[in-house]
Design a protein around this ligand. Structure first.
Ligand code: BGC
Length: 769
């Protein structure tokens, strides 16, 4: 495979300016800090193809729905995270000619994403139409320590001329979302002010009244000395700028340091916004670029301490996994339970920045192992706080008695998706939300959430399943009809095995939690029962469903069937398809996809992954060997699950093949769609592929289980995780497993079926079996 970006363990490097690749690089080189983020647009004017994007987490707009054929139950509005004020802008004119990389000749272009220290750097030499040659070096970052602060150092050097250099730092709020349904602009200006060397702009969204305030200030140096040229200022609707004129000689270096603060009414009172934003911005300027950069490197050092994965002997794999971890840590930091993780993070507009089941099924395992407990707990709280909306959502569809159906796609708890086969039928998402509560308790051992909020969420979801399952007289079993499983290449099917499985699992787990609370927190339980109007007869109904649920299977093949009638389909393997048909979602009509046996993403295998403990290795192998050759992996969420199961059954070549597909998906633009943004949620799946797959990590009975296997292309692999307060560095090669406890909290482990206690700061070494 030819790699467009240079291979490097800690950096993503683009060498040479390739305008055709620009939108892809804008996604890849994105920056963020959980609070805000942006695509890697250029600071200076660029008239070539570009998708401009600056986003503030949680600042969204309910855009009026566009739909072909209206169905009752569809949402009127779609929430989408807004493209907001472009704060990076610094236009440059050299002897009256604008610097625009689309209109000059570009030499020595290099763009570097330094993942170790968290900044983006760009350098190039541009030859303008009048022959003037300049060298530009820029460095910028979004502070991990100061959520609201972004900073740029932009240096310009005339290489073969002397003359006029005009520098125009600006803020531009006149931006729109490229996915706006009716080409509307979503922002109104509230106020702005600009004077020499500083200015602000406050905007508000046309609906919902989110206010954001952006403040900029800057400093200019020439050959290292601060200079204060006269600054002219300009103000128009949703736009402010300064313009400074500097006279330069050949090889003078002029640097502009631009400091920006972005605040929103999500965190501050509206009437305080301007004052606070100015203060934050001035403080950043006072502390200076180098101090902020040092803080940034320190903050990233801390992040890497908890979450790094080191792969020795395979640079593409090393770069791939670090890129994934870097993007995940840029996307969500877990301080605010009102925020979540959009499938594209801050790297693009697709999926509207909304929340999907991706968070619970893929992202929570990453944050559980690499961050403090509160980070995953906040993700659980996000759904708890939206429970009332999920109940309303279910009521709209005819469910009663506090049954909840969480939306397929949401920002504030309301459904933001309108394809009936997904909105109404892809109900397995409810199960992932229930499972995430279990996962949190199982991993952390912290059961406080059960009484605090999990029981309420679980009861509401169980009530939904109990009403959604119906009794089939002909089968003498409970069935769940008219659903779409995780495999979206089948719609409106009956008895999707995964959905039936996760529905019954939810019922069982809810009863288990109820029993736990009745033994350990009886008072809280009676409070909750009262609040939920919970009747013990519900438990009888749930048990009846659990005991009598129908699970499609093929006895002869010894496999679970994805849904009723799956074996009626013509059984062809992906390997038998001519490559020109792939991806089928870009080459086939929808009905052809639906009629085929091809599977978009792990479905039965997703269930086997979640409930692996219930199945012996032969059962897992039979199902894997049947479904893997029929899976086209046209969802980025798929290959990671296949990696994990392939390692479980010892199919190591397949595991490695699937791993490569997930880890460099965006860097190698595998699905030809990176320009829309990176696949941020599937990046957590890549992490799972290494840690749960090659590391074989599981948690069972309060013990950490490891079962490592090293792909033959790697000399060694090590990953950092936190588990029950201990910080572990787990390293393995083909002969030895070493577990170094990096703090003083001891931890219980089970390795190759024997138990160990690893004391604080101790090292455990075990030969690989
Ligand atoms: C997948 C879904 C996923 C969504 C967002 C779709 O292509 O089929 O499972 O939730 O993308 O990542």
């Amino acid at each position: 495979m030819k790699h467009y970006y240079k291979l490097d363990e800690w950096n993503i490097i683009e060498q040479g300016f390739n305008a055709d690749n620009n939108e892809i690089s804008e996604s890849i080189f994105s920056l963020g800090n959980g609070y805000m983020g942006q695509r890697a647009n250029f600071e200076e004017d660029y008239s070539g193809t570009s998708l401009q994007g600056n986003y503030i987490a949680g600042v969204y707009y309910p855009d009026k729905t566009r739909v072909g054929w209206w169905k009752n139950g569809y949402p009127e509005y779609f929430a989408k995270v807004l493209n907001s004020t472009n704060w990076i802008g610094i236009n440059i004119k050299i002897n009256d000619i604008s610097l625009d990389l689309a209109k000059c000749s570009v030499k020595q272009f290099e763009r570097v994403l330094n993942m170790k220290q968290g900044y983006l750097q760009r350098s190039f030499v541009a030859v303008l139409s009048n022959g003037n040659e300049i060298e530009v070096n820029s460095k910028r970052f979004i502070s991990m320590k100061r959520g609201e602060i972004g900073t740029i150092k932009y240096s310009i050097k005339p290489l073969n001329f002397k003359g006029k250099l005009e520098i125009t730092p600006y803020l531009d709020g006149d931006v729109m979302n490229s996915d706006s349904n009716y080409d509307e602009k979503f922002w109104d200006e509230i106020s702005s002010e600009v004077k020499p060397y500083e200015g602000y702009m406050m905007l508000k969204t046309k609906k919902l009244d989110f206010h954001i305030c952006t403040y900029m200030t800057y400093e200019i140096t020439k050959n290292g000395e601060i200079i204060k040229p006269i600054a002219e200022f300009k103000q128009s609707e949703k736009y402010i700028s300064n313009n400074v004129l500097v006279h330069c000689n050949e090889n003078d270096e002029v640097v502009i340091y631009k400091y920006v603060a972005n605040t929103s009414s999500r965190y501050y009172e509206k009437d305080e916004l301007i004052g606070i934003t100015k203060k934050l911005c001035s403080k950043a300027k006072m502390d200076g670029f180098e101090t902020l950069l040092k803080e940034q490197a320190d903050a990233w050092e801390e992040k890497w301490k908890e979450s790094d994965i080191v792969i020795d002997g395979d640079i593409p794999a090393q770069q791939g996994i670090r890129f994934n971890i870097f993007q995940l840590n840029q996307t969500y930091t877990g301080e605010d339970y009102r925020l979540n993780i959009g499938p594209k993070g801050f790297t693009g507009e697709k999926y509207g920045g909304s929340t999907y089941w991706d968070t619970e099924a893929y992202c929570i395992p990453f944050y559980l192992s690499t961050s403090q407990e509160k980070v995953s707990k906040n993700l659980l709280l996000y759904r708890y706080k939206q429970l009332d909306k999920a109940i309303e959502n279910a009521e709209k569809l005819g469910f009663t008695n506090g049954a909840a159906l969480y939306p397929m796609v949401t920002m504030n708890g309301e459904e933001c998706h309108n394809e009936w086969e997904i909105t109404f039928e892809e109900i397995h998402r409810n199960g992932a939300i229930a499972y995430a509560n279990y996962n949190y308790v199982n991993y952390t051992g912290d059961k406080s959430c059960l009484g605090e909020f999990s029981f309420e969420v679980l009861t509401a979801i169980s009530r939904f399943w109990a009403q959604r399952a119906t009794f089939s007289k002909s089968k003498n079993k409970y069935v769940i009809l008219g659903v779409t499983g995780p495999n979206e290449y089948e719609n409106n099917v009956n008895n999707n095995w995964y959905t039936n499985k996760i529905a019954c699992w939810t019922l069982k787990y809810t009863i288990e939690v109820l029993n736990y609370l009745s033994q350990n927190e009886p008072e809280r339980l009676s409070e909750l029962k009262k609040k939920l109007n919970f009747k013990d007869s519900e438990i009888i109904t749930w048990n009846n469903i659990i005991e009598n649920m129908y699970y499609p299977c093929d006895e002869e093949l010894g496999i679970f069937l994805q849904q009723d009638g799956y074996m009626d389909k013509e059984q062809i393997l992906v390997s038998e398809l001519d490559k020109k048909h792939l991806p089928i979602n870009q080459n086939w009509s929808w009905d052809r996809i639906l009629r085929s046996c091809f599977i978009k993403q792990a479905d039965v295998l997703q269930g086997i992954y979640l409930f692996e403990g219930e199945y012996d290795t032969d059962t897992i192998k039979r199902n894997f060997d049947f479904y893997e050759p029929r899976t086209v992996h046209e969802s980025s969420l798929s290959p990671c699950i296949h990696t994990i199961l392939a390692t479980k059954i010892g199919n190591y070549d397949k595991a490695y093949e699937m791993y490569l597909r997930t880890s460099r998906l965006d860097l190698d633009n595998y699905n030809n769609d990176t320009k829309d943004g990176c696949h941020s949620t599937s990046m957590a799946g890549t992490w799972m592929a290494v840690v749960h797959g090659f590391g074989g990590l599981r948690v069972c009975d309060n013990k950490l289980i490891l079962n490592p296997f090293i792909p033959k292309h790697w000399r060694s692999c090590s990953f950092k995780i936190t588990f029950r307060g201990a910080l572990l560095n787990i390293k393995f090669n083909d002969s030895i497993l070493q577990i170094q406890n990096e703090n003083d909290i001891s931890v219980n482990l089970s390795i190759y079926n024997s138990d160990h206690t690893l004391n604080g700061n101790a090292l455990l070494e075990i030969p690989i079996q």
